[in-house]
Ligand binder design. Sequence first.
Ligand code: ATP
Ligand code: MG
Length: 563
Amino acid sequence: MSKDETTQSHFIRDIVVEDLKSGRHKEIRTRFPPEPNGYLHIGHAKAICLVFGLADEFGGRCNLRFDDTNPLREDLEYVASIKEDVRWLGFDWEDREYYASDYFEQLYDFAVTLIKKGKAYVDDLSAEEIRTHRGSLTEPGQESPFRDRSVEENLGLFERMRSGEFEDGAKVLRAKIDMAAGNVNLRDPVLYRIVHASHYRRGDEWSIYPTYDFTHGQSDSIEKITHSLCTLEFEDHRPLYDWFIRELEIYPSRQIEFARLNVSHTVLSKRKLRRLVEESHVEGWDDPRMPTLSGFRRRGYTPAAIRDFCSRIGVAKANSIVELALLEHCLRDDLNRHALRVMAVLNPLKVVIENYPEDDEPDELEAINNPEDETAGSRRVPFSRELWIERTDFMEDPPKKFFRLAPGREVRLRYGYFITCTEVVKDENGEVVELRCTYDPETRGGQAPDGRKVRGTIHWVSARHALPADVRLYDHLFSVENPNVTPEGGDFTNHLNADSLEVLTDCKVEPSLADAEPGDRFQFERLGYFCVDRNSSAERLVFNRTVTLRDTWGKIQRRRSTP
Ligand code: ATP
Ligand code: MG
């Protein structure tokens, strides 16, 4: 990836620059720490670009670490998808693939250290009792009656918790900090829970599992992470992580928080995305309407466009919602430069050119593959007596400003000839089923020797050579800007857009697409950018519309910049 993609300045970068300058660190080390309980989304992309981007820029290293402390939700499927997505985005963790579950012994020893120092105790209160003892923002919490157990008793009980002697929830290990602390995270937080469940990597080895809070900071410390970057919701947890580091006297990683990315018209929470999948509102984690990286990939988004987006939104301390239109703008920018142009007709209407010879030898017209990229060259598209054009490119009774085809009107066929509509053929219901036209053989290539002009140019596909295809058109998954906001008692799924998917099954595409492979991206001229779906085959081509050609973001920006 090019250097300028990552050199956007922001407050975290400034801290890194300062720490390197002052000699506080010779080399920085960051990490991306997903929990393998879902697929990565565009919010994770922001975090990935930040942590890998800083390491790349300053010659440091970034680890990939799975924070896998919850046996009930985690799975190898998620590990595999996360690795695939990080790689696809363009980042490389080399051999630095770590798992918090590999630190379970070390974390257990940390807990024992705290017990021995009189800083942790085994509590018999239930989860519910612990919650009610916790107090509130305005009231202090209440101390547990088990808080003053002796070190020996605590060591014995904790060991028996580990050996599986007690039932789920019978006991927990808690830190002994301060039940009156202003920060509720410091009110004797739970460090270990009893969970008799198989862990996807550790199997049945453990019947106690450390909490996220007891794992995250120490895992950073074990890996000697210099700058531990995370989202704002962990700001209030930082005093707790610092307390662990102090009490355990281990390497002090510095945690710095930044704002989560929110994008309009979608949700970016794994819990909500999982519900969409489990309740079949979408076809899976990689449904092209999902804001997951696998969804974007299947839809035809490019990693470069997503990195560009992450660089443009920057890194700040204040939460906000970024318009999806900006991401689409970045995407068009990239696809415009790289996608090959082809012709496809989504809603076909037959055109018969009456004065064109009924020939077996097709006329091959030269078509430019990408006007933005000379090296992309050109191709030959077959022309013949019967064509498909877009139904919306014809009107029987057009208004004045309609410059496409209508009875008696002449248009240019892209890369082809001028044609004039001479007759409209209808079925018994009055529906237009075919147009009869004539062509001017002198206009091959799109110019008339007599200099006469036509206002409209339309795309087409030769009927005899066309390949049938399904085309899937997508709209916003949610019909409102912020689906997280629901009227009282409502659910975010109430905001799902019922028209987010439209499947067209009668599309015609030019024959050059016969060899298109899943993942290939094209511009269908005048229609938008499209990507071959993973379910596409030589028998049945299937395309996803990646994005239309209309740049709403560019328009918004122009409107804002004109006073
Ligand atoms: P969710 O709340 O959707 O379940 P998470 O934060 O629990 O997400 P993790 O797997 O813990 O998901 O996330 C890994 C990393 O990605 C964390 O460092 C987290 O801060 C970051 N991250 C997650 N969501 C976003 C977001 N929307 N914007 C920026 N960073 C994010
Ligand atoms: Mg998390």
